[in-house]
Design a protein around this ligand. Structure first.
Ligand code: BGC
Length: 376
C-alpha cells in the first residue's frame, strides 16, 4: 500500500519535474567566477550541520564534504552542538570567510532570518538541507526526503502489522511520540503517521492509556521530544509505563518518529521487563542508525524508515554544480514546502521501509553498512 502510494507520488513528480532558474545569473556568476573578495578562484561551500551527537548528521556531513572536495570545491563543515546561537555564529563566519554557497541543516528553522539576510546581501546562495528554513525569503532551494511519507510509512506499517486493514479490532494499546518541536520536519512526520492512525484511535481499535494522543495534528508538539534526545524519550516512556500501565497491562505499539527516540523507548521497555519475542511491542523508527539496526536484528525494533543520506548528499552536490555552472537547478516539488514567506523549490527523495527481513539485502547490499558492522 505504502509503495503503491509512493509510486503515485513519484509518477506525479516525474510528470512535473521542473527546473527553476531562481538563482539568477548574478549569484551563478559569483559562485562560478568568484567575484566575491575571498582571495582565490575556487568556490567555497559552507556546510552547517546541527549536531555530532546523532549518527546520521556525521554521515551526512562527511559524505557531502568528501563529494564537494573531490569535485574541487573548498568547504567549511561545522557542527553546532544542537545550539541555535552557535549555528548562527558559524553561518556568519562562513559568510565572512567568503562562502559562495551555504548548505544548512538547521536546528531551529525559524531563527536564521537575520543571518540569511546577511547571506543574501553578499549574494550567497542558500540550500536548506533535510530541514526547511522558515520565515525568510533568503532560502533558494530545499533538498530532503519526502518527510510526510516517512510518517505515512510508519503508520501504514503499524496498520499492516496489527491487521487493522483486515478488520482486526483489538483493542490494542498505543503510545505515540513526536520529534523536536523546533524541527520543521517533525510535524510532517507526525502528520503522515497520524492521518493513518487517528481513525483507529477515534474508533477505539487503538487505545492510548497515557492519554497522550493529540486531539489533532496541530497539537503534535504536546508529545514532542525537544532536541530528539534519547534520554528524554526514555524518561517519558518510563513515566508512561509507570503511571498508566498496571498489573499485566502491556503496551502493544509505540509510534516513534525516529531512531534516537526509539533507542530511549527501547531502553525504558527493557528496564520495565519487556522481552523481545514475548511481549515486546511494535516500535517504529527512522534513519537506520547502527544501534537501531542491531536492535532490529535482535527483535527490539520492528522497522526503520531508511533515508539513504548518500543520495541526499549526491543531490545537493548536483544542485551546487548546477548553481556554479549557471544552469537551471533541478527540483521536483514546487508546492509542498511553504516556509511562511514563500514556497521553496524542493527536491524530494524517496524513503524506504527496512525490517529484519531486508537489513542484509538493503542496508548491507547497498554498502550503507558492512556485514561486520552489524555482527552479521
Ligand atoms: C531528520 C531525521 C532525524 C532527526 C533528528 C530530522 O530533521 O529528518 O532524519 O532523525 O532530525 O536528528
Amino acid at each position: 500500500m505504502s509503495l503503491r502510494r509512493f509510486g503515485r507520488i513519484t509518477a506525479a513528480l516525474a510528470a512535473t519535474t521542473l527546473t527553476v532558474g531562481a538563482l539568477g545569473a548574478c549569484s551563478a556568476e559569483r559562485a562560478g567566477g568568484d567575484t566575491q573578495d575571498d582571495g582565490d578562484d575556487s568556490t567555497m561551500v559552507g556546510i552547517a550541520m546541527p549536531t555530532r551527537s546523532l549518527e546520521r548528521w556525521n554521515n551526512d556531513g562527511a559524505h557531502l564534504e568528501e563529494l564537494l572536495q573531490d569535485a574541487g570545491y573548498e568547504t567549511s563543515l561545522q557542527y553546532a552542538d544542537n545550539k541555535t546561537e552557535q549555528q548562527i555564529t558559524q553561518l556568519q563566519n562562513m559568510i565572512n570567510e567568503g562562502a559562495d554557497i551555504l548548505v544548512v541543516a538547521s536546528i531551529d528553522g525559524t531563527t536564521l532570518g537575520p543571518v540569511l539576510q546577511t547571506a543574501a546581501e553578499n549574494d550567497v546562495t542558500v540550500i536548506a538541507y533535510d530541514r526547511l528554513i522558515n520565515e525568510t525569503e533568503n532560502v533558494d532551494y530545499y533538498a530532503t526526503f519526502d518527510n510526510e511519507l516517512v510518517g505515512t510509512l510508519q503508520g501504514e506499517f503499524i496498520v499492516e502489522e496489527l491487521g487493522l486493514d483486515e478488520g482486526e479490532e483489538g483493542p490494542f494499546t498505543l503510545e505515540p511520540f513526536a520529534g523536536s518541536p523546533d524541527d520543521n520536519n517533525a510535524r510532517f512526520f507526525f502528520k503522515g503517521a497520524w492521518d493513518v492512525l487517528s481513525p483507529y484511535v477515534e474508533s477505539g481499535v487503538l487505545e492510548v492509556p497515557s492519554g497522550k494522543a493529540p486531539a489533532s495534528v496541530d497539537e503534535w508538539t504536546s508529545i514532542g521530544i525537544q532536541g530528539w534526545e534519547s534520554a528524554d524519550a526514555q524518561s517519558e516512556m518510563e513515566n508512561r509505563l509507570n503511571s498508566f500501565y498496571e498489573g499485566d497491562e502491556k503496551v502493544d505499539v509505540v509510534l516513534s518518529p525516529n531512531d534516537s527516540l526509539a533507542l530511549g523507548i527501547e531502553q525504558a521497555l527493557e528496564g520495565a521487563g519487556y522481552e523481545p519475542g514475548e511481549d515486546w511491542p511494535i516500535i517504529t523508527g527512522q534513519d537506520a542508525d547502527e544501534a537501531n539496526t542491531k536492535n532490529i536484528l535482535a527483535d527490539k525494533q520492528s522497522m526503520t524508515v531508511w533515508k539513504d543520506t548518500r543520495t541526499l548528499g549526491d543531490q545537493v552536490a548536483t544542485m551546487i554544480d548546477q548553481i556554479v555552472a549557471g544552469e537551471e537547478v533541478e527540483v521536483n516539488d514546487t508546492e509542498t514546502y511553504d516556509n511562511g514567506v514563500k514556497v521553496v523549490p524542493s527536491f524530494l527523495l524517496e524513503p524506504q521501509v527496512v525490517t529484519k527481513d531486508d537489513v542484509e539485502e538493503v542496508l548491507v547490499g547497498s554498502g550503507f553498512y558492512e556485514a561486520s558492522d552489524l555482527g552479521l
